[in-house]
Design a protein around this ligand. Structure first.
Ligand SMILES: [Zn+2]
Length: 107
């Protein structure tokens, strides 16, 4: 995941912590207040895949309830953890494109 403005430096300095200012191009990435947009988008994506898969499996094979739980619960956790970071990166990139990374003072 790299800076959405220049593509040269890292966007994150932790799992989800955004670098305050890009060390290469100076983009004010830390001003991105993504709030709960990344988890919201992640839930929308994960829910469609998991619920779709669950319904398909139930209609096709009707496995025992514990089989359904053993498949979908860990898959939900794994997908959420794997998708949250790229989805947040995409959200910050979108906010930068839309001009949402400006501080209030220079308006
Ligand atoms: Zn940059």
């Amino acid at each position: 995941m790299v800076c959405p403005a220049c593509g040269q430096t890292k966007l994150f300095r932790g799992y989800l912590k955004v670098t305050p200012v890009c060390g290469h191009c100076g983009a004010p990435l830390g001003l991105a207040r993504a709030d709960d947009a990344p988890p919201y988008f992640t839930i929308v994506i994960v829910a469609h895949v998991i619920i779709g898969g669950m319904v398909w499996l139930e209609r096709s094979y009707a496995p025992a309830l514990w089989v359904q739980a053993a498949i979908w619960l860990p898959l939900t956790a794994a997908m959420t953890l794997l998708l949250l970071r790229p989805v947040k990166g995409a959200t910050v990139g979108l906010m930068l494109t839309l001009g949402m990374l400006k501080s209030g003072s220079d308006e």
